[in-house]
Design a protein around this ligand. Sequence first.
Ligand code: GRF
Length: 224
Amino acid sequence: MERLRVGVLISGRGSNLQALIEACRDPDYPAEIVLVISNRAQAPGLARADAAGIPHAIVGHRERHAFAAQAEALLREHRVDFICLAGFMRILDAGFVQAWRDRMVNIHPSLLPAFQGLHAQRQALAAGVRFTGCTVHFVRAELDCGPIIGQAVVPVRPDDDEERLSARILEVEHRLYPLALRLIAEKRVTVTADRVDIEGWRSPEIAALNPVGPAAGRFARTSV
Ligand code: GRF
């Protein structure tokens, strides 16, 4: 099996990177992480790459074009086919985004298009929504926009604070991201007119993350 060669861009903690690393340990998983790039030297995620024996690099992002050029060279050197942004906190150069169109995804801690930008969990609490979650989407030039591959939903509880809600969302992020990447690597994801089709979307593994899918019976669909 030819595995999809993935580069992961991070800025911080790297818990989603870790979830992808764990998924890739399974020899049947159709993707492998061949490079991690961080724009911050102190990113704890770099130690996770190191522990997993994955080549990693620090590329400063003071200048958008320079970052794009250096990252591009590294991605080419490591023959990266596909990019996962995992807590990468900088806006990427438009040319870079265009060059990787439909070959670069991001994970965001809300049900997009709600609560784009920073502090999505805080925004959800302020809005008083009863459900929120996370989204894996293809990257476009506009921040937190682009065709949606998958979403996972969590309830917002009346006594939640930002930390508790973030932890609940993070748990489903760690399940959704490896699943989305697997579907992509299996070539089951296609983008048509900026919407995503997923081959085999009825399968229980996909429905399990989606409270309105065929497995809905197993989930609480109302929350007060
Ligand atoms: C996650 O909440 C992700 O959705 C957002 O940034 C955070 C990164 O966390 N884009 P980690 O670095 O993966 O732990």
